[in-house]
Design a protein around this ligand. Structure first.
Ligand code: HEM
Length: 216
């Protein structure tokens, strides 16, 4: 067991934890975007998607606890790596250089990560930690038809795009998939994955802003 703890607390182990938990969170985002895209088919399609989810009953709190644990592991490991890098820089001794060199995406990872944390808290207080006395379509409509939230959600999507496009690249580097022949492919794959998710969320945000009665 001690070898396991030692591996997980080593610099490389932490990078693996970031890669694996990041991949799982990316999977959640893809499923969440796909589920929310039912909005494009109108109110009843979105409500029947939500009803289908709620019919899973006790599986929902279990899934929520798993998601929260993955998220916390990602955040806590990320903060630990960030502090470790700060310390290394102070000692003028580079413990871990980001894979693929320093890019704008890699440099801003801790800050975009912190902004996403704030975004998620706001989002949960908008749609989750509320009295569920209205159909979820009305709640989403009420939030996203207000320009104030449109701006905050659109800003959230911008930082999310930066974070996951670099995260996608970083995942492959950590896994040792790094060859000049595949690097362009990995970059393009990252942009496509990010573009798909962000485009779905942005379409929903602007659809509800410009057609405030759409989900009524
Ligand atoms: C247009 C954009 C989005 C819409 C319309 C939307 C909508 C929703 C809805 C309806 C719920 C379920 C609330 C409930 O029944 O309890 C939810 C939960 C959630 N959303 Fe979003 N969401 C959006 C974007 C995002 C983004 C970008 C993220 C992450 C960065 C995110 C993370 C979450 C999380 C973590 C939950 C809680 C999941 C759970 O209850 O298990 N959402 N969202």
């Amino acid at each position: 067991m001690s070898w396991f703890i030692q591996t997980c607390t080593s610099s490389l182990g932490k990078k693996y934890i970031m890669a694996i938990t990041g991949l799982m969170l990316g999977g959640f985002l893809l499923v969440h975007a796909a589920g929310n895209s039912s909005i494009f088919w109108g109110r009843s399609a979105f409500l029947s998607y939500a009803e289908h989810l709620h019919s899973l009953g006790p599986l929902i709190p279990v899934a929520e606890i798993i998601l929260l644990s993955i998220f916390l592991l990602h955040v806590i490991t990320g903060i630990t790596l960030f502090l470790q890098n700060l310390q290394a820089r102070a000692d003028r001794y580079a413990v871990s250089k980001p894979a693929g060199g320093r890019t704008w995406g890699s440099r801003t990872m801790p800050y975009t990560g912190a902004a996403i944390l704030l975004f998620i808290l706001m989002h949960l207080f908008n749609v989750h930690f509320i009295e569920h006395n209205l159909p979820i379509a009305d709640t989403v409509n009420a939030v996203l038809s207000r320009p104030f939230y449109t701006h905050l959600y659109a800003a959230g999507m911008t930082v999310l795009a930066l974070h996951i496009s670099h995260g996608f690249w970083s995942l492959f580097q950590t896994m040792g998939i790094n060859h000049p022949r595949y690097n362009t492919l990995i970059r393009i794959g990252g942009y496509l994955f990010t573009g798909l998710i962000i485009a779905i969320f942005l379409f929903i945000i602007f659809l509800l802003l410009f057609s405030p009665g759409y989900l009524m």
